[in-house]
Design a protein around this ligand. Structure first.
Ligand SMILES: [Zn+2]
Length: 308
């Protein structure tokens, strides 16, 4: 059955203009205006119909986040990190060949944003082979999206899981070979949650409740990350360090209200990993592990009931 979801918008970086009077508001995120949105007031909060918000934001951002999810499927929002002017990490690969006795060197730049996009489509393919799942991408083209906005999309489309895709590097150095290699799976650290700023107008009781919710979600995210890491190990994918799951403070995961993980699919500063990151086989194999990890979690936590 099609449900109408009303959201309380609690994303920072987000504000209402013209909230008074005619009950039409313009939503502004990253300075981009959404167009006019009808809203209702309830208990001191402004609520927007999710389908309307999705429509307006699609117009404002140009990336399709249309709200037409199928409620009997599990919706995974896959987020290809970076985009537009933000290339993420990069590596200039040099190749030399001899031509008419001369040595010709060519440089090709591998950028994280492009690799992330390729990988996101691979995960989409792996997950959607299972008809119980559907996948949306936060971006399908080379556009820049802010971190709060990526997380916000998961609310607008009412996603069940959030998977952000990245490629690793060693510090801020570029074009330097590094000995580190392997896949990493992250979830948000509890310390990061404790450091979250108090939202305006939140009573201590409400803040406590919200923190408890975010903490529970961080624990669930850790379990999801663990399932994915286990499946990667099973497929004999090298994982960086023997720690299965890393926890860290990533802005894109910080306020997620659904189980959320961040994948570092390999180190761009490592020659072996670079080769893997461009290989269809590696992408297919690891994307399959990500799907299986999601499936394990979905079964374990009752998203999917196994009928026997
Ligand atoms: Zn990144």
């Amino acid at each position: 059955m099609y449900r109408i979801i009303l959201f309380f918008i609690l994303v920072f970086n987000l504000c209402f203009n013209a909230c008074q009077g005619d009950r039409e508001a313009i939503l502004s995120i990253d300075g981009r205006k959404s167009g006019s949105l009808p809203y209702i007031m309830k208990g001191g909060h402004a609520y927007i119909r999710a389908d309307k918000a999705a429509e307006a934001l699609t117009l404002a951002y140009g990336s399709d986040i249309s709200f037409n999810r199928t409620w009997d499927k599990i919706l995974v929002l896959v987020d290809p990190g970076h985009g537009g002017h933000d290339t993420g990490t990069y590596f200039d690969v040099k190749t030399t060949r001899q031509e008419h006795g001369k040595e010709i060197t060519k440089t090709r730049r591998m950028t994280e944003k492009d690799l992330n996009m390729l990988y996101a489509f691979e995960i989409k393919k792996a997950i959607e082979a299972d008809p119980r799942f559907e996948v949306r991408l936060t971006r399908e083209t080379d556009v820049f999206l802010s971190l709060p906005y990526r997380s916000y999309i998961s609310k607008v489309v009412a996603a069940d899981f959030f998977v952000s895709v990245h490629v690793n590097s060693l510090g801020a150095k570029r074009n330097k070979e590094c000995p580190k290699s392997g896949f990493e799976v992250y979830s948000i650290s509890e310390n990061a949650l404790n450091a979250l700023p108090i939202e305006d107008g939140k009573s201590p009781k409400k803040r406590k409740k919200q923190m408890e919710f975010l903490q529970r979600n961080a624990e669930n995210s850790y379990v999801l990350a663990h399932f994915i890491a286990e499946r990667l190990k099973e497929a004999e994918i090298p994982i960086y360090s023997d720690k299965n799951v890393f926890t860290a403070d990533f802005a894109v995961l910080r306020r997620s209200q659904i189980p959320a993980v961040l994948l570092e699919t390999g180190f761009l500063c490592n020659a072996e990993d670079r080769e893997k990151l461009e290989s269809d086989e590696y992408r297919e194999k690891t994307a399959q592990s990500v799907y299986l990890g999601l499936l394990d979690y979905a079964e374990e936590s009752g998203y999917i009931r196994n009928e026997q």
